[in-house]
Design a protein around this ligand. Sequence first.
Ligand SMILES: [Zn+2]
Length: 569
Amino acid sequence: MQFHVRFPRYFNSDAAEQSSRNVLLDSVAAFKRDFGWSPANLRAHLDAYEKLLVSLQMHHTYFTLKCYVNNQDTVSKQVRNQLNDSIASVQARVDRLLIKPDLIKAAGKETKYHYLVEQATQDSGHRLSDKEETVISKLGDEMIAHLAERYDHLMDSIQAGNKSAILKNPDSVLRRTGMLTYYAAYDRHGEVFAGTLIDITGQKTATAKLRGFNSATEMTYQNSLQLPEASVKKLLTELSKQSGVLGDYQRLLSNQVSRATGLKQVHSWDTSLPIGFTAAPMTFTQARSLILTALAPLGKEYIAAFARLLDPANGQLEIAGGPNRMTEFTSVGFPGVPESLYMKSFSGSEREVSRLAHEGGHAVHEQLMSDHVTVPSYKNGPSFLFEAYAIFNELLLIDELEKRAQTREGKAHYTKMFLDKLALEVFTSAEEGEFEQRLYDGVAAGGIHNRNDIDTLYAGIMKPYDLYFAGEPQRRSEWINKRLLYDDPIYNINYLYAALVSCKLYTLQHQDPRGFAIKYTALLQNGFDAPADDLLKKYMGFGLDKDALLKGTLELMKNKTAELRGLLK
Ligand SMILES: [Zn+2]
């Protein structure tokens, strides 16, 4: 199966792209030289700014896709980085202009751009000069990128065996030795990984402080969650008190494995065995039809957009095997720029079908915003909400699979899949979130220096969460395998908040199947012209009250665990 995006949706040829880019970069330069912003022409300037952004994104998306299909294409990579810099510099310039008192005053009467100005004002205390930004970019950001690259190269060079194949091996001795070999392969490089992680942490902290934040975590939570650090810490503490909900599920599985295999002591690596049911891989056509049925509760407009996306004839899909393809699964798009979905490959396994529902969900969300937002910048919002909508798709997909299953074993398999998804998004994200929080605190306070310090920190967090952890000392260095810690620091916490919101959406959809789709579609189409909390309250009737959301999520997990218990009897 080979689906390729139609590049002429962006530009007819490389030559056409280049000449268009030359003109565009001249306009960018002119825009940056324009000092004639006044209350009277504020709207005209912002209109011009948004138009520039759309054009820049058009070129940026074109090169992003070029990089994805050929990771050896260094020229495209270079141009993409230049475009990135142009976008950032135009945005920074506008943000700086918008904090001028006379413009703020004019913006008060401006309905269309009100939120754009409000955001610029809010961030103003943390804004640096162009010169300072250049220094941070050259010293801090480049060093972080370099450290992440070192991590990626070392990881790629380690031959540890295929983890998912090891976990599916029916022989318990081979599973055990396979996993011990797997951990040992990474363990040998533990000190290098620790040094890399500590240095990334130190760099992120220094950068955040230069921007006037107390810590890197404070800065990131504000930017991606719109929440103060104290609130995030409180949720993490609350979750660690509720680890028994995960424990109940782990015990249920452990007992089931013990009964099915005769193993007296069950290990974490024994719990991924199929429970009397294995799904056959799906063709793309089957996956497409399944996804469209599963997501039908989200309404006609949503499904129509998804159907268009998944129709290869429309040239929006880039899904093909082959060499030199970037390991990525993601959507790219912007209002006024054609939407595309890139997947490195598609095997038709349940995991990949779920991934298609998730990443396709990002693409459809972007498409709905593209079709409706009045200001292209309002496409940008807090990451956790994007993830919440995509995870919600995965939950609905599992629901549909469970509904279609003919046997008790099949139903148990999908109920377990649902629970594994919740366990991962809620509890694993909580473990990782707490680990990063304490790692950043510890490094800043000068208390974390080496691999042993990190192992100790990680083990202390994991023990109360994980039934098996105490008996598996090799897992103390599991943090090595958590790529996001290096490639996208302090991102994991987004999945926790996303899971809480997606569980709420899931519950609401089940309570009110008819009314839900209309409200939800309106929410997605709206984009982000207000804080997440306001948008959720306005369209869905609930806010980001973490206690209520957590309660609902744990309730769902308990109910599903009880369901599985019944099916396994
Ligand atoms: Zn996602």
